[in-house]
Design a protein around this ligand. Structure first.
Ligand SMILES: Cc1cc2nc3c(=O)[nH]c(=O)nc-3n(C[C@H](O)[C@H](O)[C@H](O)COP(=O)(O)OP(=O)(O)OC[C@H]3O[C@@H](n4cnc5c(N)ncnc54)[C@H](O)[C@@H]3O)c2cc1C
Length: 402
């Protein structure tokens, strides 16, 4: 197993760096680095820049517009983007629905929907979770009843989804709906594409601890959906659902995000003072920083080991759950330390409080202002994409056979 990048891979890294230096607008990277709010227009702008270069749909085969990258190249690209503070690729259309359509969609569905994901005509969100169906996803209750009338073959959908990320911006939602209440619960689910502008769809915001509007509840009351929007076979949506989840956990370890956040943490700790000395020299704080940095180095190696195995023809199994658990724990610990390092200045309400010398105090760099918001927001990491407890169950089943 060789964990070093080949000369070709190093050349690819240089190409990605040059692209980011040239094309990533400073306005966007500043917002990401300082933890400012990204608008839908910001996210769309970055998608369009990547799409123009053919680098948006990194998990798609070349015939549908993917760049044809290896697992290592995807890893390098994602890490370089995180280090450059690029906005993340919004995953719902590109990284989640796209691969499902490519594997299970009809030719007509692929022809129609895939180009619209690439050019941003449709903004997608994910309608899996419901109150009472999160970890136990197969318990979804949102019901779709099929019927035919003068307007054609259709479903009528009633129910509720929750935690729908960026659903307030979405044109379309891909949903798990129950089409058969008699069958075993995994066997009565279908995968349906629903137009968010349909009469009967209502989106209500959920405001998170950091003050952001990131997630929503989505309600369906007698929503009419054309039957042609069914992906795969009726009652066989669980197969699509599981396939999509393997893509949802891709890069959830977020090594690049942690490396960038670690650099920011060190900068904050070097500036903040405790008992007249830089906080970075405080033995207790330095020990916690060292521990998380060592964990991050281990994590990088594990990530490369998994990628090397995939490049050699292997399939990641329990490893993707391990990466999810450790990666999210590390991200949470780094954001926790950054918040501690900033203390009361982690979330200033007086903007000038971040300026050096404000009221006689040397305060931190601008990005430290988001330290508390990041800390709160990162609580989600161990919950979404399948909670870390559920990942531990998966590991115990796959490795210990329990
Ligand atoms: C910020 C955020 C964004 C999200 N975005 C989306 C989205 O866009 N679309 C979408 O469909 N969903 C989304 N989710 C939902 C997410 O997938 C669920 O929150 C997650 O799967 C957990 O489900 P739950 O919230 O219902 O918690 P529950 O399943 O009720 O779990 C509660 C607690 O019990 C634990 N637990 C449950 N079952 C077991 C078990 N068998 N063994 C051990 N422990 C267990 C869990 O780990 C958790 O700690 C998002 C969630 C968050 C927080």
């Amino acid at each position: 197993m060789d964990l070093n990048f080949t000369p070709e891979e190093e050349a690819f890294r240089s190409e990605v760096r040059a692209f980011l230096a040239d094309k990533l607008p400073a306005r966007l990277s500043d917002k990401v680095a300082t933890g400012k709010h990204l608008s839908k227009a910001d996210m769309q702008e970055w998608h369009a820049i990547l799409n123009a270069r053919g680098w948006l749909a990194n998990h798609w085969p070349e015939q549908y517009g993917g760049p044809g990258w290896s697992a290592v190249e995807k890893f390098i690209f994602e890490n370089e983007c995180a280090l450059a503070h690029a906005p993340r690729i919004v995953p719902f259309g590109v990284n989640m629905l796209g691969p499902v359509l490519i594997k299970y969609g009809s030719e007509a569905q692929k022809r129609y929907w895939l180009p619209r994901i690439l050019d941003g005509s449709d903004w997608w969100c994910q309608g899996y979770s419901e109150p009472g169906a999160g970890s136990d996803l197969a318990s979804v209750k949102t019901q779709a009843v099929r019927g035919i009338d003068a307007q054609g073959d259709h479903y009528i959908v009633n129910g509720q989804k929750t935690w729908t990320t960026l659903g307030q911006h979405a044109d379309m939602i891909f949903c798990l709906v129950r089409t058969n209440r008699e069958a075993k619960k995994q066997e009565g689910i279908s995968f349906l594409l629903i137009d968010m502008k349909s009469p009967g769809v209502e989106v209500r915001p959920i405001i998170t601890l950091d003050g952001e509007h990131e997630v929503n509840e989505v309600f369906f009351s007698d929503v009419r959906v054309p039957a042609e929007n069914l992906v795969g076979e009726e009652d066989k949506g669980w197969t699509c659902a599981k396939y999509l989840l393997t893509y949802e956990r891709t890069n959830i370890a977020g090594v690049g995000f942690s490396v960038a956040a670690m650099a920011q943490l060190k900068a904050i700790a070097a500036r903040q003072r405790k008992n007249g000395r830089p906080l970075a020299e405080d033995p207790a704080f330095a020990a916690r920083m060292a521990r998380v940095e060592i964990d991050l180095e281990n994590m990088k190696t594990t990530n490369l080991r998994v990628i090397a195995a995939v490049a050699g023809g292997g399939v990641p199994g329990a490893e993707s759950s391990m990466l999810k658990i450790r990666g999210t724990e590390i991200r949470q610990e780094i954001s926790s330390l950054a918040r501690r390092a900033m203390g009361a200045q982690a979330r200033p309400f007086v903007a000038e409080a971040l300026e050096d010398g404000f009221d006689g105090h040397p305060f931190g760099p601008e990005y430290s202002a988001a330290a508390a918001a990041r800390y709160f927001n990162n609580r989600k990491l161990s919950i979404f994409g399948g909670s870390n407890e559920i990942q531990k169950n998966i590991i115990s089943k796959m490795i210990l056979g329990l």
